[in-house]
Design a protein around this ligand. Structure first.
Ligand SMILES: Cc1cc2nc3c(=O)[nH]c(=O)nc-3n(C[C@H](O)[C@H](O)[C@H](O)COP(=O)(O)OP(=O)(O)OC[C@H]3O[C@@H](n4cnc5c(N)ncnc54)[C@H](O)[C@@H]3O)c2cc1C
Length: 512
């Protein structure tokens, strides 16, 4: 039997997930003729979450594929460029008393002779004298000198190293809405109050501006999962990851820059007493937040610890704080993201703490996966199963990578850090993998699975070696051979640092 083309999609929710999905599906289906009527319904009374301001580098490919002008995007969202994340304080201080830190960049340097640069570095035990990221990542050198990954003449979406963005989340949703409406997406500002259901299928959503039907409904209503939870009981459909990732609350604060401080081209993730804080620098302000274990810390304590870290006294913060918000986070994901004719995407489908800035990337990946699974009006259950299986694997995979950041710690100064050091047990197979990586190099084959792998062996090694977890190898060092690899890397660093301008000059140029 011929499966008829879907004619209409209704997306409920106008945050990043709603608009990114709307734009993607519109581009995929309606590039020449209007095949699918796409309507986005958004409550004017429920604000978007307003956080989610750092991206991974692949999100750049999404914006490019949507045909958006990069400079316009950056200008309209007060954006800065980001080449990675600086992790601080995730281990005990170094022997000389300085704070432990390591940088996780987006790059992968393919310099290879008998060994690749990363393997040569461990075989030669270079960890005894230098940081891993400084030995294998050009970005690590760029940030030391405050350099940008691109200069004024760089082509759109291209840089000397891969880069992502820091952007204002609210402005980004507004920018996407403007582009979406211009591209023909119908935008209805109305509150969905109820739905009609036939079996597992939604037949209509009811709003204060009338009722809307569609062949497919996409739930982008944020943590409340307004549609999906109505057709599949959440107590059955939700899987919590809080045993592995206990940080379930966040306080997000926007602060003024101290006089003379310039935005940094990297995100900072600094471990605190019961979680960690982010710092994301935009052109006009800094976004900071504390992701913490709400069973161990009150909102007030979290806010005070965060502000103290920025040298701000809570009782004397006037003029320094622009906006402050406390958030409950649901850590985990649905078992079935796609039920009947409803797909939950974005926060309504799941969330893992934003330690590696993966929220927008997951939206992009989910929208693309949905695009390849939209087979027609009568979706076969096997197609839904395939989508759900891949999404589950993707979240499990991400959970494992985030847990790695915690379970390698040697910190034991609070009960939180003592407990999170044991969380590998809650990720299927992670303890065995970590044990294996004491004896051999972590490789791609150790990680491959049937889902969207966001982080490769190179990323795993950045965390393992950044947190002093090296394999004990019996491969004899070939220093003469390996020296050629390090020489090649040094040459690349010199060449690239000579090509780019300072991050501050790039921004001044862009935003003038
Ligand atoms: C503390 C924190 C930090 C984060 N940091 C990052 C980061 O650095 N990088 C990153 O990539 N991601 C990050 N994320 C994730 C990111 O914020 C989200 O993935 C992203 O904003 C998508 O949100 P959303 O669109 O799913 O939901 P929301 O932004 O919550 O949008 C929900 C939408 O649904 C609408 N809505 C709700 N109910 C109804 C209804 N009944 N009728 C009509 N409309 C309705 C609302 O009006 C709103 O438009 C972070 C998340 C948190 C919690």
């Amino acid at each position: 039997m011929k499966n008829e083309q879907i004619n209409s999609i209704a997306i409920v929710g106008g945050g990043s997930s709603g608009w990114m999905t709307a734009l993607y599906l519109n581009k995929l289906y309606n590039h020449s003729d209007k095949i699918i009527e796409i309507t986005l319904i958004e409550s004017p009374n429920i604000p978007t979450i307003g956080v989610g301001e750092a991206t991974v580098h692949s999100v750049r490919n999404y914006f490019a594929a949507m045909g958006l002008d990069e400079k316009e995007l950056l200008r309209e969202t007060n954006a800065t460029l980001k080449t990675g994340i600086m992790f601080r304080n995730w281990m005990k201080p170094n022997l000389d008393g300085s704070t432990h830190e390591y940088f996780h960049s987006f790059e992968q340097q393919n310099i290879s002779r008998v060994l690749d640069i990363s393997s040569a570095w461990v075989v030669d035990k270079r960890f005894e004298k230098e940081r891993y990221d400084e030995a294998i990542s050009i970005s690590s050198h760029l940030i030391k000198d405050g350099l940008s990954p691109k200069n004024a003449n760089s082509r759109p979406y291209e840089g000397v190293v891969p880069y992502g963005y820091h952007l204002d989340a609210i402005k980004m949703a507004n920018f996407m809405a403007k582009k979406g409406v211009a591209a023909g997406i119908k935008h209805i500002k109305a509150m969905v109050s109820d739905i009609d259901v036939d079996g597992n299928n939604i037949t209509a959503v009811h709003t204060d501006k009338g009722s809307f039907s569609a062949d497919l409904f996409i739930d982008c209503t944020g943590f409340k999962g307004f549609l999906i939870n109505k057709i599949k009981d959440r107590s059955e459909n939700w899987q919590s990851f809080e045993d592995a990732l206990p940080c379930n609350k966040a306080v997000a604060i926007q602060i003024e820059y101290p006089q003379g401080q310039h935005p940094k081209p990297y995100t900072e993730a600094t471990a605190l007493s019961n979680g960690w804080m982010w710092q994301i620098d935009l052109v006009n302000r800094c976004g900071t937040g504390y992701v913490y274990d709400g069973n161990r810390l009150t909102q007030d304590e979290a806010e005070q610890e965060l502000l103290a870290h920025h040298g701000i006294d809570k009782n004397n913060a006037k003029g320094k704080i622009i906006r402050s918000v406390h958030l409950d986070m649901h850590i985990g994901c649905l078992k079935e993201f796609w039920v009947g004719n409803c797909v939950a995407l974005g926060l309504s489908g799941g969330f893992i703490e934003p330690l590696e800035s993966t929220g927008l990337h997951l939206i992009n990946a989910s929208a693309r996966l949905l695009g390849t699974h939209l087979t027609g009006k009568n979706t076969a259950q096997s197609v839904r199963d395939s989508y759900n299986k891949i999404m589950n694997g993707t979240y499990e995979d991400l959970k494992q990578f985030i847990v790695l950041h915690y379970c390698l710690t040697d910190r034991d100064d609070t009960e939180f850090w003592q407990d999170v050091a044991k969380t590998a047990q809650y990720c299927n197979g992670l303890e065995a993998k970590i044990d294996t990586w004491k004896h051999k190099i972590c490789e791609y084959m150790d990680l491959a699975g049937g889902y969207i792998t966001m982080f490769s062996d190179e990323n795993y090694r950045a965390i393992l070696y950044g947190m002093n977890h090296y394999p004990n190898l019996n491969i004899p060092a070939n220093r003469v051979e390996n020296e050629k690899i390090y020489q090649e890397f040094d040459n690349r660093v010199k060449q690239v640092t000579g090509l780019v301008m300072s991050h501050q000059n790039y921004l001044t140029n862009l935003h003038k």
